[in-house]
Design a protein around this ligand. Structure first.
Ligand code: MRU
Length: 361
């Protein structure tokens, strides 16, 4: 394991091989392996199987993926090209339902096609390339800005609890919820981070703990059911989590278990911050009730991390991948444009009305 993952881009476009390059997150923390994907089925599967995961990283992967699909379309007429583009777009959009960044990025790519319909198909392909690269580069800027705003809310030496992985591995660089910690580390701050292991896919134990340790951050893994004890001990001054979709009223959908952490934080009087690039805020969705929650296969709960199945064969399993933290539990939503406080319906609307959103179609 020669590479330090903090020096790698989690998602990238290989310009020479015309491939989507991702760090295979299913192998972490034991193996650092870059995958070079050209086939649309492999890109779809990489998103579905969480080889690439985390809302912003999924968005960037989809943008690059649909560009690669477009590049291979052998159609000279605009109509023929556009209809094949739409097929490729719909296919990638079907990989996962909850993170709005997937649809946001694909819609943004479609807009490039529509807006340049007067150009030859070859030129449209070039614009799609440029847009995919822009989406990737913007992600780095956005995460850095979220990190700066988040850092302004905490003190050197604070204990921070996080759930799932909303770090560098979930974005191109820095992450969202872990960006304040990585930036603080650059400036010599010493945070003490508690990462919930995050059942069932263990993004906290496998990924957050890994990237934080690689970056020299004081990191302690706890099982999900230990968060209350750690908070009661007075070891947590703030909770930072990411999100997959924020509704217009501020309800925030994130990895399963997040709402429980928010309830605990409220109980113990600990600020609960949701880090949300504006590309993750879906103003079309009024409340969290309307956010589609992905359900995943039973074996992720009963077998995946065990030598032998740890539940009786055939037992019923409920495996929702996400839940929604009610807006009343959220102290603030940290976007790239600044920190949004309640009332969220009004204040998120004001942010978007001021043109401060990521480009939505
Ligand atoms: O199922 P995952 O691992 O893709 O879920 C990821 C999360 O819930 C993250 O917290 C969220 O996508 C934000 S990533 C910056």
């Amino acid at each position: 394991m020669a590479e330090n993952i903090m020096n790698l881009d989690t998602v990238a476009l290989d310009e020479e091989k015309h491939a989507l390059v991702i760090l295979d997150q299913t192998l972490l923390p034991n193996e650092i392996k870059l995958l070079s994907l050209t086939d649309q089925k492999d890109i779809w599967e990489a998103i579905y199987l969480l080889r690439v995961r985390g809302a912003p990283a999924i968005g960037v992967a989809a943008a690059i993926g649909v560009y690669l699909a477009a590049r291979d379309i052998e159609e000279d007429s605009y109509d023929g090209f556009y209809s094949r583009f739409l097929e490729a777009k719909e296919y990638l959009a079907s990989a996962r339902p909850t993170a709005v960044n997937l649809f946001w990025a694909l819609d943004r790519m479609e807009r490039v096609v529509v807006e340049h319909r007067h150009l030859p198909v070859a030129d449209i392909k070039q614009r799609l390339h440029d847009e995919a690269v822009a989406i990737k580069n913007e992600d780095i800027e956005v995460c850095r800005a979220i990190g700066e705003h988040g850092l302004s809310l905490i003190q050197d030496g604070d204990g921070i609890l996080t759930h799932c992985n909303a770090g560098q591995l979930a974005t191109v660089k820095y992450g969202t919820a872990l960006a304040p910690i990585h930036l603080g580390r650059e400036r010599g701050y010493q945070f003490k981070v508690f990462t919930d292991e995050t059942r069932p896919l263990l993004q906290g134990a496998r990924l957050s703990a890994f990237e934080l340790s690689e970056n020299g951050v004081d990191t302690t893994v706890i099982c999900d059911n230990m968060a209350s004890q750690v908070m009661k001990n007075g070891w947590v001054q703030a909770v930072f989590v990411g999100c997959d979709r924020v509704a217009a009223n501020g309800d925030a959908c994130n990895k399963i278990g997040t709402s429980g952490v928010a309830i605990l934080a409220k109980h113990y009087g600990i600020p609960f911050y949701v880090c949300a690039p504006t590309s993750t805020i879906d103003m079309e969705i009024k409340t969290g009730e309307d956010i589609p929650i992905e359900e995943r296969p039973a074996h992720e709960v009963t077998e995946m991390w065990y030598k032998k199945p740890m539940a009786p064969k055939g037992v019923k399993v409920y495996n929702p991948a996400f839940d929604v933290a009610d807006h009343n539990l959220i102290t603030a939503i940290i976007t790239e444009h600044g920190i949004v406080h309640p009332p969220y319906r009004e204040n998120l609307r004001a942010l978007f009305d001021a043109g401060k959103q990521a480009q939505h179609v």
